[in-house]
Design a protein around this ligand. Structure first.
Ligand code: MTE
Length: 347
């Protein structure tokens, strides 16, 4: 992965974080009110309406140029707020919305951090379907609306650690990957899940580029037990509203204990298989990017160290360099998955 100086990070014009935190408290109170209101049916609509208003207000105006189709209407009104403790929440400062949506890696739109925001205006998210194939009892091509229908949306505030040694804290909205996988009834031969990103040549300058280094589509994969872990998440929103194109609209993976390149965006295919799938960065430079890609401060990238990270946003006055933690601080939830694995060899 190319390393860029964070020169293109603008000091945030707005910092929605404190506002967002207050709204979260409001949402949580709203949820508690709603729960209490079950005892009193008359009060319920009021509490739920308050919760919905708070969620809608959390998204800054004009957040994306790809507004979702009408069937998204109301989807974010009953999101379960994140709990107050780890692992589904962290009280570390949220990375401001501006940085989360303007400092991105999405090579389909170009290699600069600002390209995904600046060059994704033509990207289309409707109609959107996801093909479920391979070792499953219920293969098929499902419209996103049907994919989402049975799932209650929840919020999770996770750390995201990129292999390039920068990190963010992002409030996602989505649902556990495990809940989706169970619906399609994987067979006993399903030992891995492979994911693929959409290709829209006309809307993706990075895919059209003669200098493109990736063999499209972007591919990623997880072992099935990793995919079933409670932390693995399918995000359809962030900061209280739907995902902007540059963050992987309309649906992307979030695997918080692994380097960010595992968190594949704009998913159109999930294939269940017996053997380990090929994955984009591993194919490109296997000595630099492993299949596992677990965050590990003891295993350095051949070209840079991995024991510290720059927590974004950096400012002129603070570089915000913090220690990197094994499994990005989620060891309690995931270390058991790798107890028989030499992490230095299977990086
Ligand atoms: N998914 C696709 N399809 N294409 C990409 O280039 N980049 C990955 C990952 N998912 C990438 C992708 C990398 S390297 C990182 S660090 C994260 O997305 C960044 O996610 P973010 O831009 O939402 O912060």
């Amino acid at each position: 992965m190319l390393i860029k100086k964070p020169a293109d990070i603008q000091p945030s014009e707005i910092t929605p974080e404190s506002v967002y935190r207050r709204r979260r408290e409001f949402m949580r109170d709203g949820a508690m009110l709603a729960a209490g209101a079950m005892l009193s049916p008359l009060a319920a609509p009021v509490a739920l309406a308050q919760q919905g208003d708070a969620l809608k207000a959390a998204a800054p105006a004009g957040l994306t140029r790809t507004p979702p189709a009408p069937w998204w209407e109301g989807k974010f009104e009953h999101v379960q707020p994140a709990p107050s403790e780890e692992p589904f929440y962290t009280n570390e400062s949220l990375t401001p919305y501006e940085d989360v949506t303007r400092y991105n890696n999405f090579y389909e739109f170009g290699m600069d951090k600002s390209d995904p925001h600046n060059r994704s205006g033509e990207f289309r998210t409707e109609p959107w379907s996801v093909e479920i194939s391979g070792e499953v009892g219920k293969p098929g091509t499902y419209h996103l609306e049907d994919i989402l229908k049975p799932h209650d949306l929840e919020e999770r505030v996770y750390r995201l650690r990129c292999v390039e040694a920068w990190s963010m804290v992002i409030p996602w909205i989505g649902f556990p990957l495990a809940d989706l996988i169970k619906r399609f009834e994987p067979t006993s031969r399903a030992r891995y899940v492979e994911f693929e990103t959409a290709i829209q040549r006309d809307a993706m300058p990075g895919v059209r580029s003669r200098f493109s280094i990736i063999d499209w589509p972007y591919r990623e994969g997880l072992r099935i037990d990793e995919a079933m872990n409670e932390l693995a998440f399918l995000a359809v929103g962030l900061y209280g509203s739907y995902l902007p194109a540059q963050n992987g609209a309309p649906i992307r993976l979030v695997v918080p204990w692994k380097y960010g390149f595992k968190s594949i965006k704009s998913i159109v295919r999930m294939n269940f298989r017996e053997t380990q799938p090929n994955t984009s960065w591993n194919d490109l430079q296997p000595n630099e990017y492993g299949f596992y890609a677990n965050v590990n401060p003891a295993v350095h990238h051949p070209r840079w160290r991995q024991d510290t990270e720059r927590r974004l946003p950096q400012t002129l006055f603070s570089r915000q360099v913090i220690p990197t933690r094994l499994f990005n601080g989620y060891g309690e939830q995931v270390a058991h998955l790798y107890k028989d694995l030499d992490l230095a060899r299977h990086y």
